[in-house]
Design a protein around this ligand. Structure first.
Ligand SMILES: [Zn+2]
Ligand SMILES: [Zn+2]
Length: 141
């Protein structure tokens, strides 16, 4: 299985939490909101695993708002889920590229903008990452 490592698209901070493991790997940490309630949610970093850890037993079908535990930015993307029309949630893969998941509990739709890096893509994304890390105020990875 592939272990994903992801960063916030806004502040660039890693979303991996080494102290909070899911499936034996550092969990991907988010702050989630539903109405006026706030919880921490940890997703499995293993690609293809849908295991999560959350104190709230989110009912299936619930749409939650995801935000970054570091900068608090809303992580919803402009895209809507092709299967259920809920907003997609976006984060950056540290290896380059972007991943999106559906914000509706129980919907398994997710997109990785590329799954297998070939050499051309890799060099394209290295250029792209360099471009972003040179933006003032953007944290170095
Ligand atoms: Zn952030
Ligand atoms: Zn969906």
């Amino acid at each position: 299985m592939v272990e994903l490592k992801v960063n916030c698209v806004h502040c660039g901070h890693s979303l991996m939490n080494n102290r909070h493991k899911v499936d034996g790997y550092p969990g991907i940490e988010f702050v989630i909101r539903h109405h006026d309630k706030v919880w921490r949610l940890y997703l499995s970093a293993l690609y293809g695993s849908y295991n999560i850890d959350c104190k709230w037993g989110m009912p299936k079908g619930t749409i939650v708002r995801f935000s970054c535990p570091h900068c608090n930015a809303d992580l919803s993307s402009n895209a809507l889920c092709e299967q259920c029309n809920a907003p997609m949630v976006a984060f950056d893969l540290t290896s380059g590229g972007r991943m999106q998941i559906c914000s509706r509990r129980g919907c398994k739709k997710h997109l990785i903008e590329f799954e297998e890096l070939d050499v051309a893509l890799r060099s394209f994304y290295e250029t792209y990452n360099t471009f972003f890390s040179s933006v003032p105020g953007k944290k170095e990875k």
